[in-house]
Write a protein that binds this ligand. Structure first.
Ligand code: SAM
Length: 319
């Protein structure tokens, strides 16, 4: 069970060398699949489920004519969800240049898009996005970070830069929403392994930790593989109490943190229209086939969160 790869450590500082570029290279290299290829994929129903979750989340927190900032927007997979929500404006950012190019092309190919959109290739966790966003004082009603915020938990500094980027471009009263792997779920799985075992998974995913003796709040890395989507990519546990505490410092108050299986049950109980949406989005086929047991297990690995910006954040200039 020795790890296949190790985090590169800087010889002088003994700190892990940032893997942001490795992550970007990883996502840049993923081909954009056409509809047919997507339908053939073994994780077709899982992708559809994740899209369904994002649609519900976006629908819950977005109003007509909202301005939206989508950080880590990838190839623009949520463009149609934003269109459906009737937003007025979208700013999409992602560290992976090729993904941003594809997102822009996807937007330009949208028939009668009723919202304006612009896209930037930009690291959103290591540097301020202020200089990129025009105008600098741009304020969104919703900041969305889907399946990407955990990459910021490599260091406290990155997590803080990410939160500063969120709060500086979100109006008071606005929502900060996202989806991330559930660290409790991952740690529970890791702790259930015998002896020196560090790896678990099923036919569609694999998680490999490098050790289970230390539990750092930041930089707790594991390698993640999702069949047909993510190939041994380094990711970080998000220690949610720490995330929540830091977010409070930036004027963001937690509304909820809900594992996706629970989110699914709650949404269906709340509004039967979401049942029809399950079929429309391909989570369940018309012949009744849905996610496999293995796909369902992976979907339980994630959680959804929402924060509300409750007060203006003022940078601390005393330190
Ligand atoms: N949000 C999209 C979605 O839901 O389809 C993409 C999710 S994909 C799993 C994770 C994304 O996070 C990738 O597009 C990756 O390039 C982006 N990402 C990782 N680190 C980043 C960083 N430092 N700044 C901006 N984007 C980053």
């Amino acid at each position: 069970h020795t790890a296949k790869r190790r985090v590169v450590v800087d010889k002088e500082s003994h700190q892990p060398v940032s893997i942001a570029l490795e992550v970007a290279a990883h996502y840049n290299a993923r081909p954009q699949l056409g509809v047919e290829k997507r339908q053939e994929s073994t994780i077709f129903h899982l992708r559809s489920f994740n899209n369904w979750i994002k649609s519900v989340l976006i629908g819950m927190h977005t109003k007509r004519d909202d301005k939206v900032l989508d950080l880590g927007c990838g190839k623009g997979g949520d463009l149609r969800k934003w269109a459906k929500a009737g937003i007025a404006e979208l700013v999409g950012m992602d560290i992976a240049e090729i993904s941003i190019k594809q997102a822009r092309e996807r937007y330009e190919a949208m028939p009668n898009a009723r919202f304006k959109a612009r896209f930037y290739a930009q690291d959103c966790f290591s540097i301020s996005i202020k200089r990129t966003i025009q105008p600098q004082e741009y304020r969104a009603n919703v900041v969305s970070m889907q399946f990407c915020m955990h990459y910021a938990f490599e260091t406290e500094r990155k997590a803080r830069t990410m939160l500063q980027n969120v709060t500086e471009h979100l109006e008071v009263g606005g929502a900060f929403i996202g989806t991330i792997p559930d660290a409790y779920w991952l740690v529970k799985k890791l702790r259930s392994l015998k002896g020196n075992e560090l790896e678990f998974g099923n036919s569609v995913y694999k998680v490999r930790f490098e050790q289970k003796d230390r539990w750092p709040v930041f930089g707790h890395m594991y390698w993640f593989t999702l069949h047909d989507a993510i190939d041994d990519c380094p990711e970080y546990l998000v220690h949610f109490p720490t995330f929540r505490r830091l977010a409070t410092e930036y004027g963001l108050e937690l509304l909820y943190r809900i594992p996706l299986h629970q989110y699914y049950v709650d949404a269906l109980r709340r509004d039967p229209q979401y049942i029809e949406l399950l079929y429309r989005m391909g989570v369940i086929d018309r012949d009744g086939k849905g996610p496999s047991i293995d796909e369902w297990e992976v979907s339980g690995l994630y959680l959804a969160f929402a924060f509300k910006k409750v007060r203006e954040w003022v940078p601390d200039t005393t330190t």
